[in-house]
Design a protein around this ligand. Structure first.
Ligand code: FES
Length: 81
């Protein structure tokens, strides 16, 4: 089953069961957070480094590599410059 999430107002499609990071990567996005020393995306992939954090449905600091994407999720990128 396919799902749809919205990231900074852009609709992205994925498959049921994918993490948010999986949906982003599947849509060609390799980085999505601004850090003081560059752009971040997936680093550890196991919930430790927090490089992948996003705001999901108003909740800040959600690890994209750990959170399963749900149809209709509204996601905003976080900048930590
Ligand atoms: S990639 Fe390290 S916490 Fe998600």
């Amino acid at each position: 089953m396919s799902i749809s999430i919205r990231v900074d107002g852009v609709e992205l499609s994925g498959r049921d069961g994918q993490t948010i990071a999986g949906v982003l990567l599947g849509n060609g996005q390799r980085t999505w957070r601004d850090a003081h020393d560059g752009r971040r995306g997936i680093f550890c992939g196991i919930g430790v480094c927090q490089d992948c954090v996003l705001t999901v449905n108003g909740v800040e600091g959600v690890r994209a590599c750990q959170r399963t994407a749900a149809d209709g999720d509204v996601i905003e990128r976080e900048g930590r410059a």
